[in-house]
Ligand binder design. Structure first.
Ligand code: TRH
Length: 421
């Protein structure tokens, strides 16, 4: 069994973890006798250090809102990078050290300005992706009237060892504190993945309404929803050498291809393909059978609609990878690259789950396409998309299988409450 460690793809910044400011008294201050009675809502401090891109805060923001909205927890989300957060949540004021957004108390997690502030510690402390809490906060945890439930929320992996390590406790070297490792996963015995209660209902409503879809296309692209025989593809990716060959195949396709590209790290490839200096939000291109629209980065709650408007979704990292699975459409995953190709076993583990019930030819074609998209070589579009109907059917049954694990917030809440003394 591998040593328990964060599967963080990048080493966390070596800056001293920032300390925590005092917070409103509703939390349990160390030494106080206050402790929530059964009827009280639980308090939760969720810490997030943004390493890069959007996934760290993307996962934490979803989880914070869900624990607050669906479980009634008093959630404080402490983030060290409000600017990245604001891309997902435009309502956030990056100048405010503390603010309430959508029921969540958001605090800028940085060096203390007033040393010695009394530090209030919540009933449940979630350290996202092993972001490492400041020593002052950990000491305050140890002094708390009731030791908090301390969870390390790990990165998502579909590998088999995850279920063996899920919820394993780890005693603190110095204090009478126990940290439990909470592993998201795609199989029973893990923490599952995030899914809001109303997600399927919202998707079904969008799919059932031609008016809603037309309004989305007008608002997002300035164009009408495409013709019925067009294949709509969303492309949310890191830079990827395989894209050039794919764009050419889509240009030469026998059927119309409409590409929806959120402005970001892959946009340069579209600009290069179009012979332009940029492919910024609002830009469009037409070349042979390919039409492409560059979309503005949208608030996180609106990201799902992009996936629902498409027949095939190219996603990346962790959170969009999960959202594509709930969208019940075929998807292609560009995994967050790690040194020494450590990400490839994670890719194969996810493929093993997702492709398990596919007919051999479709399973092989899916594997070839995902590996070409994540390694070297050119993805063969016709080889892959020739299996579109089987892939579409699998996308639906996979989402049902995944839902059977239970959603991450509910699994986490159930465990946390079982640990409260
Ligand atoms: O941005 P990412 O590459 O984040 C990565 C991964 O999470 C990776 O696992 C992690 O180790 C690394 O960060 C540090 O991909 P991800 O996880 O899909 O997160 C993107 C978030 O951005 C997701 O919550 C969806 C959101 N999003 C929007 O809110 N609006 C948009 O317009 C788009 C395109 C994305």
């Amino acid at each position: 069994m591998p040593t328990i460690r964060s599967s963080s793809p990048a080493s966390a910044p070596d800056a001293t973890p920032p300390a925590i400011h005092a917070v409103p008294a509703e939390r349990d201050t160390p030494g106080s006798t206050a402790s929530p009675s059964p009827g009280d809502s639980l308090s939760c401090d969720l810490f997030c250090s943004v390493i890069d891109n959007f996934g760290d805060i993307g996962v934490c923001w979803r989880l914070a809102r869900q624990l607050s909205a669906e479980h009634g927890w008093q959630v404080r989300l402490l983030v060290d990078d409000l600017h990245t957060f604001a891309r997902l949540c435009p309502a956030l004021d990056v100048a405010q050290a503390r603010q309430r957004v959508e029921g969540v108390l958001v605090e800028h997690w940085h060096e203390p300005t007033h040393a010695g502030d009394p530090i209030a510690v919540a009933d449940i402390v979630i350290e996202a992706f092993a972001c490492e809490l400041g020593p002052a906060y950990v000491a305050a945890m140890a002094r708390r009237h009731r030791p908090p439930v301390w969870l390390n929320l790990e990165y998502l992996s579909a590998e088999d060892w995850v279920a063996e390590c899920h919820l394993k406790p780890s005693p603190h070297a110095r204090y009478p504190l126990m940290k439990s490792f909470f592993f998201p996963g795609l199989s029973p015995g893990t923490g599952g993945v995030i899914k809001e209660r109303a997600l399927d209902e919202a998707r079904l409503a969008f799919e059932a309404s031609a008016a809603a879809r037309e309004a989305w296309w007008q608002q997002s692209t300035g164009a009408h929803a495409p013709e019925p025989d067009a294949t709509v593809i969303s492309l949310f990716a890191y830079e990827n050498p395989a894209i050039d060959g794919l764009l050419e195949q889509w240009r030469d396709s026998a059927e119309p291809i409409v590409l929806l590209v959120p402005e970001g790290r892959i946009s340069g490839a579209l600009a290069r393909f179009a012979g332009r200096s940029a492919f910024e939000a609002g830009a469009h291109l037409e070349c042979g059978s390919l039409r492409a629209h560059s979309l503005a980065f949208r608030p996180q709650p609106e990201f799902d609609t992009l996936l629902w408007a498409s027949h095939l979704n190219f996603v990346r990292g962790e959170d969009s990878f999960v959202r594509a699975q709930w969208a019940r459409r075929p998807f292609v995953w560009q995994i967050y690259p790690q040194a020494d190709a450590a990400h490839l076993p994670k890719l194969d583990a996810a493929l093993a789950h997702y492709a398990r019930t596919l007919p051999p030819a479709a399973r092989a074609a899916l594997g070839r396409f995902w590996h070409a998209w994540n390694e070297t070589g050119t993805p063969d579009w016709a080889d892959f998309w020739g299996h579109r109907h089987v892939l579409a059917a699998r996308a639906a049954t996979w989402a049902d299988e995944l839902a059977g694990i239970g959603d991450l917030a509910a699994n986490l809440a159930e465990f946390a409450k079982s640990q409260l003394k």
